[in-house]
Design a protein around this ligand. Structure first.
Ligand SMILES: *[C@@H]1O[C@H](CO)[C@@H](O)[C@H](O)[C@H]1NC(C)=O
Ligand SMILES: *[C@@H]1O[C@H](CO)[C@@H](O)[C@H](O)[C@H]1NC(C)=O
Ligand SMILES: *[C@@H]1O[C@H](CO)[C@@H](O)[C@H](O)[C@H]1NC(C)=O
Length: 185
């Protein structure tokens, strides 16, 4: 993605998110951020699971041995045996050549309701506080297939396959009290 202009607290994440995750408190969905993308955006949010189909795991630029099972989000941990910190899900195709870039890098353009139809492009991670049960931090992560950092003197800069952006809301007794906006170039 290129830029997220702003995010604000609102009340309209797809309701399917709530039904798909029964352990997520309703207030985490009710106050989920609405994300506005730049009007010139061309790299839209993408399906987290389908990204696996467009990549192969590599260590040190070398394809690792065949995983035991076709990779899914539920068995991705089978890659841990190839080294916990150094397995890269590497694009099968060249994503730095705009003339040949594969269509999947563009993700799914949100519809008028802000939904990426057919693509699960967001995940919520909750952090509770054992010393204070009234506090819950909700991390809202947005997934993009590709970060295009542009070109400097014709050299691709900061291209990376898969890109997570996030914002965090702290809830106290179910009420939003603080929001953190992740921001970078
Ligand atoms: C990566 O590959 C290079 C070239 O084969 C080799 O010199 C280097 O030791 C490798 N690094 C690791 C961490 O395996
Ligand atoms: C990866 O980390 C897990 C948990 O810390 C550890 O049990 C395992 O041995 C590690 N695997 C490798 C290949 O380093
Ligand atoms: C829990 O955190 C909230 C918000 O910071 C604070 O108002 C409250 O006093 C804390 N409760 C305890 C038991 O520490």
């Amino acid at each position: 993605m290129r830029t997220i202009v702003f995010a604000l607290i609102g009340a309209s994440l797809a309701t399917s998110a709530a039904s798909a995750a029964p352990n997520v408190p309703a207030y985490v969905i009710d106050y989920a951020p609405l994300v506005a993308l730049d009007k010139n955006e061309v790299l839209f949010p993408a399906d987290i699971g389908k990204q696996l189909l467009n990549t192969i795991p590599k260590v040190n630029f070398t394809k690792v041995g065949e995983p035991l099972h076709p990779l899914t989000l539920n068995n991705l941990n089978q890659l841990n045996k190839f080294g916990n910190a150094s397995v890269f899900l590497t694009a099968k195709e060249d994503v730095t050549d705009l003339a040949k870039e594969p269509s999947w890098v563009h993700g799914v353009k949100p519809n008028a309701q802000g939904e990426t139809v057919g693509a699960v492009s967001c995940t919520i991670i909750l952090r509770s506080h054992p010393d204070n049960s009234s506090v819950v931090d909700a991390f809202y992560f947005y997934f993009f297939s590709l970060n295009n950092g542009g070109y400097v003197l014709g050299v691709p800069k900061n291209f990376h396959v898969s890109d997570w952006e996030n914002s965090v809301i702290r809830f106290v007794n179910g009420k939003p009290t603080e929001i953190f906006f992740s921001q970078h170039e």
